[in-house]
Design a protein around this ligand. Sequence first.
Ligand code: NAD
Length: 475
Amino acid sequence: MNTPHYIDGQWVAGAGNDCLVAYDPSLAHPIAELRSADRVQVDQAVTAARRALPAWKATPVAERAALLRGFAEHLVQQRDALVTLQMRNNGKPRHEAEVDVDDAVATFTYYAALIEQQDASSDVALAAPGFSSRTRREPVGVVGLIVPWNFPLVTSAWKLAPALAAGCTVVLKPSEVTPLIEQTYARIAEQLGLPAGVLNLVIGQAETGAALSEHPDLDKLSFTGSNGVGSQVMRSSAAYCRPVTLELGGKSAIIVFDDCDPDQAVEWIVAGICWNAGQMCSATSRLLVQDGIAETLLPRLQAAFAALRVGNPLTDAIDMGPLTSAAQWHKVAEYFQIARAEGLHCLTGGATLAREGWFVSPTLYVDVPDSSRLWQEEIFGPVLCTQRFSTEAQAIALANDSRFGLVATVASADLSRAERVADALEVGHVWINSVQAVFVETSWGGTKGSGIGRELGPWGLAAYQSIKHVTRCLG
Ligand code: NAD
């Protein structure tokens, strides 16, 4: 931890004033300390990325693709260590930590293939005679990448793989809460012999992030995190009129129609709010349940929540781990207090657990009014709020009545109804009779307050490419 930052191909000590502490959230014990990167080091990283850009974008696509496959191979080789590190620093259950490694591997593999398949240049058919034109896809340039702590391996892969595939050079700023995981990417870059400056890593808190997002020499910023910080980094980018991709928060709905198998529905609802202890931008934290199934479903849901095994992923057999940080634990505890003050009806949970570590109970509030802060705000914990509806139109209106628009789940045995509802929802991704299934070929991103732009799929690559046309007079 003495040299945690990777700048211009070198591991360097942090020059920042603050000391970051990484914790094991199951024990609330420190596991590592490091000094953050300061503004000068962020500048050195951006300068290195700028210097490396001409050679990297001129590197043949086959070579770039081979390097991306190298990332995937190294991740596979380090799978066990990465799983353990995520259990330790994020508090993820083992099977969830495994899914994250597999997702990161799939992302690098996918973008290696996609960049090889894509024509860097293609002809455009013109209606007007006498001219020809061709499209060139060029890398956007030097990109700043700022990510949160809830899926560090995955969120960074979703940015790094398409950016490097496109021929961009990058400066990655991981979250101060999970400062260890993304070092893996820098180590792999070093092992693969990625040219110095192509991938730089600067770790730190808000100051380090602000130094990056405010840097005048970036060509683009891609940010995943909260709405408050998202709007700040957008303002910084506005000063230079440069593009941003923003992946922000959510308050997503899961709509359960009364033709569902209630036990299957319970499984989807639990996974949608308790995976990663609810610390998911895409958590389906608002349950809309049709009148005809509510009386059967809610007691089963209550029992399922109460039966979840909450504990330390490294020592216990668990279904759900702790919250990842003390700050997140305090935030969720505050929402429990707000719920009490608002007089919400809690069927189960609603409290922190009296043991070492940052644990809370899976929590279920029923008949939560629209005016409740818990209905409207992103909590980022295993806290589910429910309302009932009678008609399809009501369900759609309730689901869309949110300033966010990230995802939704629709559960119904009537597939044509489910497809109709999916089309009417104002979100970036809808799951029908499934939950939180993210495939690298499909897009990721939100509408309304959930962000700007898309990651994954060809859209995730296009986010790091700039379009140029070369038009020639044939006369
Ligand atoms: P956050 O906004 O507090 O921090 C995100 C990153 O921004 C961190 O690296 C942080 O150090 C950095 N940062 C903080 N202040 C900054 C500043 N002033 N300038 C530049 N950078 C700054 O978010 P978080 O608490 O780490 O993550 C939780 C949030 O992320 C939730 O709102 C969640 O919904 C969102 N999220 C969204 C997606 C998505 O794909 N839409 C995915 C994961 C998380």
